[in-house]
Design a protein around this ligand. Structure first.
Ligand code: MSP
Length: 507
């Protein structure tokens, strides 16, 4: 087994149906997981659902069903959405599972025994949508700064987590691990927040019953965020499977949206320190996908479900858009028209045309078998550059930048065909020259199918098959398989096939 690589998405609240904001993080995590598998890593890719708390309890009550029943139904909708998007998560955690409950209770007991949890009375302003308390000055026009909804005045006797004790340890940690929070701007935000001073926060509730009871005082249930964050270690086996936990923890990447940065970069590491558990290596916070300039939300009725786009673009077209056309970091505007335009330009035209013209010509001019690629063909350097550029992109989680490098190779291969005109070479009877050009292009197609497979797995697999290559792109191992001529392809049977990405008419 290779080096362990552990990547997570947030666990999604089951009060809501899956939308493209959720899919965005999940597709990114999937591309990264698939990429690391190509390198031979022993990947653990985790996603799942967050099923406790007031928000979910109320969503269930509104529908007159038990929260568990509601959670079962909605969690299944997320699973279904991920299946349709070819998400290859290795595990799927639900916070109502016994293994999660066992981990949470083991973790809480450790933090309690270490003296970082104590009973106190709390009075504050609570936003149910955030499942978080706010101070007066954090409110905008008296409402929640994120949801713009009124907050509720709550008084509770609760157990408090001594977050204030971790101000300096957190600053020290981020000082010695400068890339722990990415991108850079988000790291600065986190440091600024910690430097303002950290307040203890209440980590239990008596006002609701839908949660995990505290092991030492079952009249309280665990605050939903405290419970939810523990999913990342629960799935790795904390408190239930020590060997697995030693294998996968600490996580390499927690991928999250920017709205939940504080929970992941302040609360979570402090909780782990309090329990004496290692901290995750990286937290990467991406921006929002905006629709018409606004964040998607149920109240604004501007949510787009993945299924709305899948019918037109297919899973590959969907995945490609969110990886190549949205920068992973800043906010990005989603528009159907832009998605169509980029699909047609990059997938139908550049990628699809290269594949179909090369396969068509090689079938007609080379007897439908692959000619030898030249050792020093003119596309060798471009292929090497595309591979290293793509790799750099993945290393920085700059998926769009990495894919642009790969698409540069596609453009160069298309330009090479235009310049050499193999149809003319064929016409004048220069079979050797025509075969040389097409042999080079077929080798480029092999490398493209391999390198694009984490993002467009279906088309990549199909292209691999049409190239007559053994196995699948997923069976290959980097870096060797990306080298020019790495696979003996001469004589492989070719198949033309129909368009890999049929053009979409936007009207
Ligand atoms: N349950 C918590 C996470 C707990 S993790 C231990 C939660 N769930 S959520 O379903 O509300 O949101 C999950 C993720 O989806 C967040 O990272 C959030 O940023 C992301 N997104 C929700 N809407 C989004 C967009 N419009 N655009 C991009 N991401 C968005 O928070």
């Amino acid at each position: 087994m290779g080096r362990p690589f552990y990547v997570t998405t947030p666990i999604y609240y089951v009060n809501d149906a899956p939308h493209i904001g959720h899919a965005y993080t999940t597709v990114a995590a999937d591309a990264l997981a698939r990429w690391r598998r190509l390198w031979g890593d022993d990947v653990l890719f985790l996603t799942g659902t967050d099923e406790h708390g007031l928000k979910v309890q109320r969503a269930a009550e509104e529908r007159g069903v038990h929260p568990q029943e509601w959670a079962d139904q909605t969690s299944e909708r997320f699973r279904e959405a991920w299946r349709e998007l070819d998400i290859t998560n290795d595990d799927y955690i639900r916070t109502t599972e016994p293994r999660h409950r066992a981990s949470v209770q083991a973790f809480l007991q450790a933090v309690y025994d270490n003296g970082y949890i104590a009973l106190d009375t709390y009075e504050g302003l609570y936003c149910v949508a955030c499942e978080a308390y706010y101070t007066e000055d954090e409110l905008v026009d008296g409402s929640c700064p994120i949801h713009g909804r009124p907050v509720e005045h709550v008084t509770e006797e609760n157990y408090f987590f001594r977050l204030s004790r971790f101000e300096q340890p957190l600053l020290d940690h981020y000082e010695s691990h400068p890339d722990a929070v990415q991108p850079e701007g988000k790291r600065n935000e986190v440091l600024g927040f910690i430097r303002q001073g950290l307040r203890d926060f209440s980590m239990s509730r008596t006002s609701i019953s839908w949660g995990i009871p505290l092991p030492w005082d079952p009249t309280h249930v665990t605050y939903v965020w405290y419970d939810a964050l523990i999913n990342y270690i629960a799935a790795a086996g904390f408190g239930t499977d020590d060997e697995r936990f030693a294998q996968y923890w600490p996580a390499d990447y927690h991928l999250i949206g920017k709205d939940i940065l504080r929970f992941h970069a302040v609360y979570w590491p402090a909780m782990l320190m309090a329990a004496g558990v290692e901290l995750p290596r990286h937290v990467f916070a991406h921006g929002y996908l905006l629709v018409g300039g606004e964040k998607m939300s149920k109240t604004r009725l501007n949510q787009i479900a993945p299924a709305d786009l899948l019918a037109d673009f297919g899973s590959d077209g969907f995945r490609y858009h969110f990886m190549a056309d949205q920068r992973f970091g800043p906010d990005g505007d989603f528009s159907y028209e832009a998605m169509v335009a980029r699909y047609n330009a990059d997938l139908a035209n550049n990628f699809g045309n290269l594949a179909s013209r090369v396969l068509n010509m090689a079938t007609s001019y080379c007897g439908a078998v692959t000619p030898e690629a030249r050792e020093n063909g003119p596309l060798v350097d471009a292929t090497r550059l595309a591979f290293s550029g793509l790799g750099d992109g993945y290393a920085r989680l700059d998926f769009a930048g990495g894919l642009a490098e790969l698409w540069q190779l596609i453009k160069e291969a298309n330009a090479y065909i235009e310049a050499r005109e193999p149809w003319r070479l064929h016409k004048v009877g220069d079979r050797t020259a025509a075969e040389a050009v097409l042999g080079d292009c077929l080798e480029v197609l092999r490398v493209i199918a391999l390198l694009a497979s984490p993002v467009i797995p279906r088309a990549a697999g199909e292209l691999w098959r049409r190239l007559g290559l053994p196995g699948t792109p997923e069976d290959q191992r980097l870096p060797d398989a990306a080298a020019w001529g790495a696979v003996a392809t001469a004589g492989a049977p070719l198949e033309k096939g129909s368009a890999l990405f049929p053009r979409i008419d936007a009207t």
